[in-house]
Design a protein around this ligand. Structure first.
Ligand code: 5GP
Length: 178
């Protein structure tokens, strides 16, 4: 069945790989002295990104995952984030790098940082593959950012549209068929 929309490539697989190399060089510099780094991926959208990131990183790390709900109702006012799957390991006293697929309004990442900090880690740093800067509603710092993108719905490289398109090797913008 053909899908009722097209996908226009926004960021090629090659550009993603090149940017990940650059980000990992920065992350390696910051964390090469620590044997405590825990990389926390946010399910489900970050699963492809985190897989490429940690292999390129090539540091002794642990990997854990969190799953947070997208807002129960999508009204602008109630930006409530809920944890659907919690961490497996303890992070007290550990250095934590949270890996998000996409920062849109910033509410999810901000909530997760607060939640992680309540477990008394040594530090919490943030990494996101893409960010829609013009959609920001809260002030949240991304320490390691792949790309700023326009305010469009993007898919691929782990990101979905109605659970489809996660396996595309590039990031593309959903465009309705004419
Ligand atoms: P925020 O809390 O920053 O507004 O939203 C972050 C979450 O919204 C992401 O983790 C992702 O699940 C979802 N999201 C926002 N924009 C997009 C998009 O363009 N494509 C996809 N696939 N998910 C998005």
């Amino acid at each position: 069945m053909t899908q009722p929309y097209e996908i226009d490539e926004l960021i090629s697989a090659k550009s993603i790989a090149a940017r990940i190399e650059e980000l990992c060089a920065e992350i390696r510099t910051e964390f090469s002295g620590t044997d405590k780094l825990v990389v926390v991926g946010l399910l489900r959208g970050s699963f492809v990104f985190i897989a490429d990131l940690v292999r390129e990183l090539d540091l002794p790390i642990e990997v854990d995952f969190l799953e947070a709900s997208s807002y129960g109702d999508s009204t602008q006012s109630s930006r409530e984030v809920r944890i659907l799957k919690d961490l497996r390991g303890a992070i007290e006293g550990r250095d934590v790098l949270v890996v998000e697929d996409i920062v849109d309004t910033g509410h999810t990442l901000k909530y997760l940082i607060g939640m992680l900090e309540s477990h008394n880690p040594a530090s919490v740093k943030t990494c996101a593959l893409v960010r829609k800067a013009e959609r920001a509603e809260v002030d949240v710092h991304v320490d390691y950012l792949g790309f700023d993108i326009p305010d469009k719905w993007v898919v691929g490289y782990g990101l979905d549209y109605a659970e489809q398109n996660r396996t595309l090797p590039y990031i593309g913008v959903v465009a309705p068929n004419d």
